[in-house]
Design a protein around this ligand. Sequence first.
Ligand code: ATP
Length: 368
Amino acid sequence: TTPAPTKAKDAAVTFDQVTKSFGEVRALDNVSLAIPRGEFMTLLGPSGCGKTTLLKLAAGFLGPDSGSVSIGGKLVNDVPTYKREIGMMFQNYALFPHMSVAENIAYGLKARHVPRREIRKRVTDALALVKLTGMDDRKPKQLSGGQQQRVALARALVINPTVLLLDEPFSALDKNLRASMQIELRDIQRKLGLTTIFVTHDQSEALSLSDRMAVMSEGKIRQLGTPLEVYRRPADRFVASFVGDTNRLRGELVSVAAADAVIAIGGVHISVPAELLSGARASTPVDLFVRPERLRLGAPGEAGTMAGQIVAQTYHGGHVDLQIACRACSGDLLLVRSSGDQAMIHLPPGTAVGISIDVDGCAAFPLT
Ligand code: ATP
């Protein structure tokens, strides 16, 4: 009998304790990540956090200083890019301007000496997949930005890669085009069951596209989880602030019991699940991170509410954002988001309000 495969072998891509420095800069600091077959994994983080470096290690453009990279269960540290069966698409991964669409897509197949008849069929299939049937003979400059990006995607897919690597592929596209390309990419990726690593610094793109996401900062993975887990249970302050809009409220821990911890914020006592603050002692200062949609506005002076004053409001069609001055919010303005059909959208600046907190999905971190 064959032994049960290890977890790492089930993964399409594995980074094991990978470190990579450029001079003094440690771009990746002992990073481990296993990406199962068929998963859409996003690397999310601010500029310079190391996400592109991690992608380049998968691509073989760079080698790790220490640690290992495996694709399909095989160690690839010393395998060159062209032998890795990866499809790639980058923001500025320009098409060859003098070649037709079909020639651009066929390029990787020719390099692999695929027979001409098969090339023609696979190019036709790839064009159909990205909805560009019949565009074979156009030159890139005769295509829109979105169409060019589809050609780049077709070129990445046509070699039947084990892994698709995407680095900010849509950041040059306008908002609407970007949204429709995201949906199409996800659709194609699901259809093909293709393991994908997607790099972005755009948290909303990461939340909407990923099966799982790795939130990175300073060469480390700060949290690995589904979008829901990362949004609802951020692992630390960095993740809480970076992923999704949030409000940071400074309070003080009053007590921790078996089920609930009580925090005093702006003269109000708020109960949160004790597990959010396990190990913290009474009187410790605490930061409570509350999503803007978890704040409610009521009448000023209403029991259990914090006092605030509306500073500005912005109508967004589907929702309204209100900026509110509130003593508890560490000097910043509170952001309250409400659905656009409530009476509060007519509240003028200067209006006094009471703000209550729905603790569901809040995160709390003691200052130690
Ligand atoms: P961005 O979104 O801006 O591309 P990133 O998260 O992808 O950022 P990386 O490109 O991985 O970040 O870079 C991580 C760190 O390593 C940065 O401090 C960067 O300046 C540095 N770095 C990356 N490549 C090189 C290189 N070839 N030479 C020197 N330093 C580099």
